[in-house]
Design a protein around this ligand. Sequence first.
Ligand code: NAP
Length: 288
Amino acid sequence: MLGSIVGTTKILGVMGFPVSHSLSPVMHNAAIAALGLDYVYVPFPIAVEDLPMAIAGLKAVRSLQGFNLTIPHKVEVIPLLDEILPIAKAVGAVNTVKRVGDRWVGTNTDVAGFLEPLKQLKCDWSQMPAIILGSGGAAKAVVAACLELGCPMIHVVGRDPKKLKKFHGTMTSQLHDYNLRVHPWASIPHLLEVAGIVVNATPIGMSNDPNTPISEAEIALLPSQAIAYDLIYTPRPTKFLQMAAARGLMAIDGLEMLINQGAIALEFWLDQPVPIEIMRRSLIKQLS
Ligand code: NAP
């Protein structure tokens, strides 16, 4: 249970629109309660057109120590902040902001959150090309993460040639990476044959969507040591991951990314270790 909210209570939160679906309040408030801190984490529904006013105006709320950003604010917030840390500059997206004195400092914890479940694995990443399905906001963090892992090639697959071209231009200039290629959806079978890791960074298969980003026949093309990673965490597992596991492939869902990006953000705000197991348990309970 959260402690009572009193005159000294400090505030953290998440800005999005809509934001009612966000699971962040659940896991952050569970951690705050376990740590016995005089904090509360709340959702802030802020429409796109109101973001500049919110970022400027909330600076006056001295008890607001920091906030997360979710869709649709991760990119648009950048010019509104006082400082952007290098990882967020490289990705071109901010998901976490901290008050430092009277300045808003932005960072990105999605990259480290994505990497966390992969760090446990003993893989020779230099032999593992990455295939990323989708070229939206999350795909940017996945590209930066695959670069950090040392994947020899990063292939991003999308359905809109104009968006793909823009994605390639932005990411190569931000990351100075020339082993990034973009491909139309039709190239998938050819790419899968050499994949070390294939990441679903689209919403295909989420909630009640019965579709999969790649078919069972395409999953059969993957090398036997390939890893299937789906950023989606509802349902757990997705049909894509069920098919990959049935083929004997390692399958990772988006829950660990969600937990770890949250835990790293909370550590950034509090400057102290946080109870990640309690955050994990609270999310699993909420999702079930
Ligand atoms: P986004 O910015 O909206 O990007 C979605 C991407 O998927 C776009 O490239 C979009 O293509 C593509 N796409 C959507 N429907 C498609 C379809 N039917 N066929 C082919 N491509 C399709 O969303 P995002 O923020 O990147 O999020 C992507 C997924 O990752 C979501 O499921 C989200 O829940 C998940 N996610 C999970 C975490 C986590 O912590 N686990 C964190 C962030 C995101 P167009 O541009 O052509 O529309």
